[in-house]
Design a protein around this ligand. Sequence first.
Ligand SMILES: [Fe+2]
Ligand SMILES: [Fe+2]
Length: 240
Amino acid sequence: MPAATAPCFTPETKLGDIVAARPALARVFERLGLDYCCGGQRTLAAACATKQLDPPTVAAMLEAAAAATEAGPAEVDAAGLTLTQLADHIEQTHHTYLKAELPRLVEMAGRVAGKHAWRDARLPEVQAGVMALAEEMLSHMQKEEKILFPLVRQIDAGTRGGFHCGSIANPIRQMEAEHESAGRVTARLRELTDGFTPTPESCNTHRALLAGLAEFESDLHRHVHKENNILFPRTLARAG
Ligand SMILES: [Fe+2]
Ligand SMILES: [Fe+2]
């Protein structure tokens, strides 16, 4: 982790490295629509080019946000945890949240589509997307909790002697592909709901659904960032 008083972001710094060092800066990327989780290996310059943003301006925004959050970051310092602590943290925060939240989102999406599809023809696709996401994410988390994370903990404890790195690289690649898929469905939900924005006619359930989806998206980005940019590469480095 860099010295707290002197963050330095150049156009060549990777998005994932920025958020690994300064988790609170994820909010800047969220605001600008820059993907720092599945797209975490891109440099600031490359990511800015996709949105016609000026890299020095974005770097200045990051510096300002870093200075503003100096007093106390709200997000855990994932890069400072051991592999076992990070796997535990992901399960206890992001997985626990998703297991409670996904059934609620599915139920609300069904109710909203049933009542208001006559007014907004995109709502059945929103419902289908939420259902697909819930199914994918629940099975994805089960694979992590039952297969991948136990291996991560064994590698961390050094009890997995003679472990061949290829045998963990495959499940990790599979998890990364599933993250991409969840990210694509979530991006489509954002499009279908005009950025999770209610209209004046939206009922309370519709508003609660949109707020829930916006929170889901933000949590997914932080969750995938911790796995793709910290947990997985460090596990591969230890196994190799
Ligand atoms: Fe996960
Ligand atoms: Fe995952």
